[in-house]
Design a protein around this ligand. Structure first.
Ligand SMILES: Cc1cc2nc3c(=O)[nH]c(=O)nc-3n(C[C@H](O)[C@H](O)[C@H](O)COP(=O)(O)OP(=O)(O)OC[C@H]3O[C@@H](n4cnc5c(N)ncnc54)[C@H](O)[C@@H]3O)c2cc1C
Length: 451
């Protein structure tokens, strides 16, 4: 029999106990207990604000507990590098998350050449674009690869590499930060969907949850793939789509590399239990939904460049999405209660292919056996950059969402920046690149009177 304190058997997700009684008031209510929400809660609680996290399912059970666990500078957009630098510092700093059981460690990450046509030129131009930041990324020669990542059947000719990249354990990180936030006084309510925001004279005055009302002057929406739907009900149009990634894990393997690697049709990361995450970075599924058509104009450039790596699929998910309500009242069951945890089935073909390609490329992996798999929806903004900042249409409403497939590593910084903006503190980095108002559709939308 499973107990409330046992980790989730598939994801290895550490449980976080929910508060019993819904607080009637707080300075800030955070919608969503993923890495962005819990990081923001920690910073707010440490600054003396009363905070409640409302999570419709379990802490970390969606993207933040389903990802590969990579925390990387490598191939990150230059505009994100300062925030990523802050995140790396926060993952490591014992005064922030460095003393928590997140599983963070420095391993180095390599993206091999030969993954896709033209990738060496892409790596070179990325290296040039981030030169000024001094993060130490560089190309590795074939000889260096053989030293750092021994055992390749055919030595790869090159790789882009960052020595200071690392990883954390998705099953541990968000729960550990949530527990630390709880220790600082944050209240955590799980199985507690927020249905809507209540306003007074146009500004946030409360949230209405399925368990009741919490009066508050500020709300941080850190709702991952659900943020667009939540805001839509308020009359705010945030362009955001979801793609689906698949993750497989293996049995433990001794003597295999510590380094995380992306190669042609495979990627790996060593887990703390000695097994490996094995998947493919370039095999994300883009499930068509009604929003794919509504937002076609916003996403056209991304879809055009991403077609090499995205696999379009039209299936049951279209119908599921179409059936979910887009408008509701605060006394009605919402989509967030209908889907406590988005847990799509993984694409086993992609995972089989990844295991085969990996065993051919690094034969030591042939000794592993599959030990589990899962799928996860990933929220993506039109420019694949996070959305962190005020939703100025409703004073008191802030967003930390759209982390676009690389937000686990960035989560600590995203939460810190959101806390800065929300409290009026000097922002830890220039937030301009993350402003929700950069999307014309968002900037033009006006809240519904009853939001
Ligand atoms: C397969 C896969 C691989 C990935 N690999 C990596 C990687 O290696 N490195 C990396 O940096 N990133 C990776 N990512 C991306 C990363 O996981 C996400 O960017 C990050 O976890 C997003 O965190 P979040 O807190 O914004 O969202 P989430 O973790 O999705 O959290 C949002 C939470 O909000 C809750 N919620 C939503 N609406 C409501 C509501 N109305 N009321 C109450 N609760 C609500 C949800 O239940 C959810 O728990 C990967 C993602 C996937 C799926």
């Amino acid at each position: 029999m499973r107990h409330e304190t046992d980790p989730d058997p598939v994801l290895g997700l550490r449980p976080v106990r929910s508060g019993h009684d819904l607080p009637s008031a707080a300075d800030v209510v955070i919608i969503g207990g993923g890495i962005a929400g819990v990081s923001a809660a920690w910073h707010l609680a440490r600054r003396g604000f009363s905070v409640v996290i409302c999570e419709k399912g379990r802490i970390g059970a969606e993207q933040s507990g389903r990802n590969w666990g990579w925390c990387r500078f490598t191939l990150r957009h230059p505009a994100e590098i300062p925030l990523m630098r802050q995140s790396m510092q926060d993952w490591r700093d014992p005064e922030v998350f460095g003393s928590l059981d997140t599983g963070f460690r420095t391993t180095g990450i390599a993206y091999l050449t030969g993954r896709n046509p033209g990738d060496e030129a892409l790596y070179q131009s990325w290296l040039k674009s981030v030169e000024a930041f001094g993060i130490g990324s560089r190309m590795l020669s074939a000889r260096e690869i053989a030293q750092k990542i021994p055992g390749a059947a055919v030595p790869p000719s090159g790789a882009v590499w960052t020595e200071t990249d690392g990883c954390a354990e998705p099953g541990r990180a968000a729960p550990a930060i949530a527990l630390a936030a709880q220790g600082l006084g944050a209240r955590i309510m799980t199985d507690c969907a927020v249905r809507s925001i209540e306003t007074s004279a146009g500004a946030v005055s409360a949230v209405i949850t399925e368990k009741g009302r919490i009066a508050c002057a500020a709300v941080l929406l850190a709702g991952g793939i659900w943020s667009r739907r939540f805001l839509g009900n308020c009359g705010i149009d945030l362009p955001m789509l979801s793609v689906m990634g698949s993750v497989g894990i293996t049995t433990p393997l001794a003597g295999a590399p510590e380094v995380s690697v992306a190669g042609r049709r495979f990627g790996w990361r060593k887990r703390l239990d000695g097994g490996y995450v094995v998947s493919q970075a370039d095999a994300t599924i883009f499930d068509l939904t009604p929003d794919s058509f509504r937002l076609l104009g916003d996403f056209r450039p991304m879809i055009a460049t991403g077609l090499k790596t995205l696999r379009l699929r039209l299936g049951w998910h279209f119908v599921e999405e179409a059936r979910l309500p887009r408008r509701w009242n605060a006394d009605e069951i919402t989509p967030f209660e209908r889907c406590r945890i988005a847990a799509p089935a993984p694409n086993e073909k992609v995972l089989r292919e990844a295991r085969q390609c990996l065993s051919q490329a690094w034969p030591v992996f042939a000794a592993t056996r599959p030990a589990g798999s899962w799928g996860g929806y990933i929220d993506v903004s039109p420019d694949a950059m996070p959305v962190i900042g005020a939703a100025s249409q409703i004073p008191g409403l802030f967003l930390a969402t759209g982390l676009s497939g690389h937000g686990f590593g960035l989560g600590p910084g995203a939460g810190r920046l959101a806390a800065d903006l929300l409290t009026g503190a000097a922002p830890v980095v220039d937030p301009a690149a993350f402003s929700p108002g950069r999307f014309a559709r968002f900037a033009a939308s006006r809240p519904r009177a009853s939001a």
